[in-house]
Ligand binder design. Structure first.
Ligand code: GLN
Length: 544
């Protein structure tokens, strides 16, 4: 179905952060997609950074890279995985981007002598960004707009004001507001507390936004009494107060929302016809995911292991690849600096495979290289992603090719053997924001390689985010010693995939495959790696 004018669903959050607005938005998006609507999503982040690209993973979590090379919020990963759509730089904006644009226009003289103000100039720019999402995709039916942060934050105010104006301009039936809140259960009194929700909605209404639907995050069942009370105090009919109970998997959320008839209510508010959706396939997927017959443990040697959000797409890629293979993938996180101190064996002895994810900077590098040595020497399945490829190449150069001093220019200013070096155009770049090799690039795969077996195609496309690459001067020595450069850029000038065919599963990519995993469509490399890990585990435990 394609209507001329898109409908807009604004999703805000209150009481506390981390309520799962991203998952809620992605889940609602999926339910609307099942209604036959085309859906797009915009995440608005009220911080001043232009994008999260320059933020530390400790601050922000993963930077999700889109096809067109935008460095975006990790919620875009949830949207892509749930909705099976590819988003772009238009699907994430920040206060930084909005002000950048406004100031640029001011310098151009575009405001014709006017005083430039938050209202209307900043709010106009925000509204324009909201409209751009609809026009970009050649006419989507629904745009979900998720506002980061919590209602009441000073920095979110211009966005809320823009939402208020937008609704006024577009009409009630074209814009609906969903507010996510927390309803805590106080054990001592045995009661659910609705007051925080009341206060958070009060804050929204002060700004002039009346929510149409409240999704109440709770640990236990949201009683009718609580729904009525919240409805009365928040000026919302009680049937529009939805329970958002904790569930064991984020992929269960669409099913929980369906039970609460969320899609039906949203469709009614948007004055669109509702028909009962077929959730059979999704239900089957969730059932398999929650009840896997087998279990494996994969080791991940990284630097940000205390903050799982830093590896969000990798974690989800394993969940999805696990489902497809009928195994639950436990991840064992290993701080790579600990490998340096304690040795790889202690941490990797009991895992069935090793993954080295992407990363930046020198800290922990030698531990990662030691981990690769362990995996290679024990013929344990190994998968390297971006920095993981660079570590695998350094390790191979040092241990197998005899280049004891091989290193990356990222970790040593003048390495004796700079086997990982700047991509040529990176030499001149000094500004940090948005200047890496970013986004989707094609890659040509060698027939007969492991990569070819996984992808089943000679031409693929994957997303990148890096400054360094394999130094072409060292290709011959790597190949002479048995490393296969199984994926190259179409011009042949960049190494994209390396593998060791002598090993049971040893492959690394200069790109980030984790950004292309989708629910019910796991990434072929993750899927094959999980299968290899399972086979290896069976062999190790002599179960074969
Ligand atoms: N730091 C490395 C580079 O810039 C790897 C980046 C990554 O793993 N995303 O090339």
């Amino acid at each position: 179905m394609s209507s001329k004018k898109a409908k807009y669903v604004f999703i805000t959050g209150g009481v506390v952060s981390s309520l799962g607005k991203g998952i809620a938005s992605a889940s609602l998006g999926l339910l609307l997609k099942k209604q036959g609507l085309t859906v797009s999503v915009l995440k608005m982040d009220p911080y001043l950074n232009v994008d999260p690209g320059t933020l530390s993973p400790f601050q922000h979590g993963e930077v999700f890279v889109t096809e067109d090379g935008a460095e975006t919020d990790l919620d875009l990963g949830h949207y892509e995985r749930f909705l099976d759509i590819s988003l772009s730089k238009l699907n994430n904006t920040t206060t930084g981007q909005i002000y950048y644009k406004v100031i640029e226009k001011e310098r151009e003289g575009a405001y014709l002598g006017k005083t430039v103000q938050v209202i209307p100039h900043v709010t106009n720019e925000i509204k324009q960004r909201i409209r751009d999402v609809e026009s970009d995709q050649g006419g989507v039916d629904v745009v979900l707009v998720e506002l980061g942060g919590t209602v009441g934050d000073i920095e979110g105010l211009p966005f809320l004001e823009a939402i208020r104006q937008f609704k006024l301009e577009m009409g009630r039936e074209n814009c609906i507001n969903i507010h996510l809140t927390l309803v805590p259960f106080i054990k001592a009194s045995g009661e659910m507390k609705t007051k925080p929700t009341q206060h958070s909605v009060m804050k929204l209404r002060e700004i002039g936004i009346q929510p149409d639907i409240l999704i109440c995050r709770t640990e236990t069942q949201l009683s009718m009494e609580a729904r009525q009370k919240i409805g009365l105090f928040c000026n919302v009919p009680h049937e529009m107060v939805i329970e958002g109970r904790d569930v064991s998997s984020i992929y269960s959320v669409p099913l929980a929302f369906e039970e609460e008839q969320l899609a039906e209510k949203v469709m009614k508010l948007m004055q669109l016809p509702y028909s009962r959706a077929h959730m059979k396939e999704w239900r089957g997927f969730v059932d398999r995911l929650l009840n896997p017959p087998e279990e494996i443990t994969i080791g991940i040697a990284g630097k940000y292991v205390d903050l799982r959000d830093a590896y969000k797409s990798i974690i989800e890629s394993f969940v999805l690849a696990g489902e497809a293979n009928g195994v639950n993938v436990n991840l064992r996180w290993v701080e790579s600096e600990r490998i340096e101190d304690e040795g790889a064996e202690k941490h990797l002895e009991h895992v069935s495979a090793l993954l080295i994810p992407g990363g930046f900077g020198e800290r922990g590098i030698e531990g990662k290289i030691d981990a690769v040595t362990y995996a290679r020497e024990h013929d344990m399945p190994f998968f390297g992603i971006c920095l993981g490829l660079q570590c695998a190449v350094i390790e191979f150069a040092r241990s197998v090719c005899g280049l004891k001093k091989a290193n990356s220019r990222e970790f040593e200013e003048v390495p004796v053997d700079p086997i990982i070096d700047y991509i040529p155009e990176q030499w001149q770049i000094t500004r940090k924001g948005g200047t890496m090799r970013l986004g989707a690039y094609p890659c040509v795969i060698k027939k007969g390689s492991r990569a070819y077996e996984c992808y089943g195609s000679e031409r693929i496309s994957e997303r990148h985010r890096h400054r360094y690459e394999v130094n072409n001067d060292y290709r011959d020595i790597l190949e002479e010693h048995g490393m296969v450069l199984s994926g190259l850029s179409p011009e042949g000038d960049l190494v994209e995939i390396v593998e060791l065919p002598e090993k049971r599963w040893f492959l690394a990519g200069q790109f980030h495959p984790e950004f292309k995993s989708r629910a019910l469509k796991p990434h072929p490399l993750f899927s094959s790696f999980v299968r290899a890990a399972y086979e290896y585990q069976k062999e190790k435990s002599g179960k074969k």
